[in-house]
Design a protein around this ligand. Sequence first.
Ligand code: FUL
Length: 473
Amino acid sequence: MKYTLPVFIAFLIACGSPAPEEKLPEAFGPTPNEQQLAWHDLEFYWFIHFGPNTFTNKEWGHGDEPADAFNPTALDCHQWARIAKQSGAKGIILTAKHHDGFCLWPSEYSQHTVRESKWKDGKGDVVKELSEACKANGLLFGIYLSPWDRNHPEYGTPGYNDVYVNTMKEVVNKYGPLFEFWWDGANGEGPNGKKQEYDFGRFESTMREIAPRTVVFSDIGPDIRWVGNERGIAGATNWNLLDTAGFSRGHGAPATDTLNKGNVNGKNWIPAECDVSIRPGWFYHAEEDDKVKSGETLFDLYLKSVGRGSALLLNIPPDRRGLIHENDSAALMAFKQYRDESFDSNLFSGAKVSYTGSKGAVVEKVLEPGQFLLPETGKPVTVALRESQKINTIVLKEHIALGQRVARFSVVLKNGDESSTVVAATTIGRKRILTFPATDVSSIELIIDEAKVAPVLSGVEAYLIDEKLVEKN
Ligand code: FUL
């Protein structure tokens, strides 16, 4: 079959072949590796704090609790995983060992484990059960393994670093693949009154060797950093970059404000993870049953974490039965429903977008998911709707695979000839969600006011969310 030239050109256009000025630029500065990119896309996953503290009503066990203290009456990790899945979480990180040293699996390297308890006649293994439940429910599985150990007799001696390395190898081999490994920076005294000098260099090289695709969290990475608070809130300015030279984990970490915002010119791609509990405590306490964060509060945290380019690690502590409490489950379902309803219908989908591209050429196209926009800094990106719509939320995305570039932007909301409110903010990163009072809009002008280098946007969306969900400060 022969094509005429116009048909051939029309075919090329239909294939979306980029105009010359639309070529993606080179990467700039530090960029995420493959695992980090995949991690960015998770957005929301669970933390589970569970162990002797659940039964002794403590937050930090002393390590001298009898193993029998751990005695769930109806433990069901499949219930955890089912609810996690229904809540839209992508994975679960379990406190396989918290500071009290108690191992939720029968570790070869400890005498303080489920094996020493009466639970299931010492034959139980929570880590195994949960890793299997995650797999069965299509969830990723991760492990928190506290370096601080208030039980282990070798803690406070060089031998404990061997114990910790062996324990990491044990859990990775038995329960991997793990999507994330969590190093808590806390370092207090062990049973002999001594603090440990953690050999984090060795811990890190061990993880790279045995689990090169697992993203490793600590205050300062190597792959993901702490957000600097336990309230689940990322900085309104949030760079995925961090300088780590001269810093160490725990007390030697950068100031919490730096962890919250990142370093604008940081040398490493180490994005922030927002950890927060659905209840006041990390572990279950019956007296907090009426203090579970509501679906609305969780949605607000979503805006302040994922909506600021970070990820939400939400802790859901199982109760003494070994089940997720009804109140937590109800709040999680409300949270899921709010997210679904809010972001179901992108009012900019199919809208016309025009901007001045990098070589001064005017680019016009129809907004579609997964499309790149390469506007010139300081020049407007105009999105025109077919008819005026009420909106109160704008979502912007940067193509972070090529680095984080945008430092400041503003949005002018227009309705016919009336132009109005300016919504302004700083960084975008993987996703930036901006909410404002509902406004009638027929077009918007997005201006990237400041960028390190030519911006690469991968999404401009608009929504009308329930007014009560608009971000609270
Ligand atoms: C902290 C710990 O001390 C808390 O108990 C909890 O595990 C939290 C996630 O990290 O550093």
